[in-house]
Ligand binder design. Sequence first.
Ligand code: PGA
Length: 249
Amino acid sequence: MRQTLVAGNWKLNGSLASIDGLLKAVLAGIGEVDNAEVAVCPPYVYLPTVQTMLKNSPVVWGAQDVCDEDSGAYTGEVSAPMLNEFGCKYVIVGHSERRSIYGESDEFTARKFAATRRAGMKPILCVGESLEEREKAVTEQVVARQLDAVIALEGVAALTDCVIAYEPVWAIGTGMTASPQQAQDVHAFIRQRIAAQDASVADKLQILYGGSVKGNNAAELFAKPDIDGGLIGGASLQAEDFLAICKAG
Ligand code: PGA
C-alpha cells in the first residue's frame, strides 16, 4: 500500500506575511487530513521561516530546485547539503519550468537528482510532455527519455528513495487538467517501465500527478490505481483549496 503524498509547489510566490497566513491556516485544518502526507515547497529564502513554523507539526517541507554541485564557485546556487541543514525532506527536480524556461536538460536534471539523494533527501522528479508532443502522440517516448536519464546515471534502485511527478506541461497552470484516465495511462506506463527493471521498486514508487489539481478534481484523480497523490501549484497558495486536496488523499 503506497501512502498518498500531496506536495504544494509555491513557485515564485509569497511574502513573509502571506506565508505566515497560509501556513497558520493549513496547520489549523491539518488535523482533518487522515491519509495523506502533506508537504510544502517554498522559495529557498523562506525555508528557515517555514522550518520554524512547521516544527512539531505533521507537515513536512521541501525545496523547488537544487544545484547539481555540493559546494564551490557556483554563484547564485543553493546546494543539497545546505537544504538538508534546514530540514528539507523533498527536493523538486526537473520541473517543466526549469526545463523549458532555464533550458535544463535530462542529464542535468539527473545530476540534481543525484545531488539530492547524496545529501539524504528525496527527489520529486518531474516528467511530462508538452502539448505539441501529446498531439504528435510521443508522450510515452518523452517520459521514458526523461526517466531513463536518471536511471542511466543512478540505477533503477535509486528510485526507491524518490517520488515521480507526472506533470503534462499543457495542464500546468492552465486549468486544463488531464482526465483521470489520461493521467492513469501515463502513470501505469511509468510504473510498468520501471517494473521491467525492478518490480519491487516499481510497486513501492509514489507517482504524483500535477497540473491544475484543485479541490474539486483531486478525489477522482487520486482514486486511480497508479496515482499516489499530487504536486499542486496554484491551489497550494489557498489554504482552503489545498486542504481540500489533502483530504482527498
Ligand atoms: P498547477 O501547477 O497546479 O498550478 O497547474 C502544478 C505544478 O507546476 O507543479
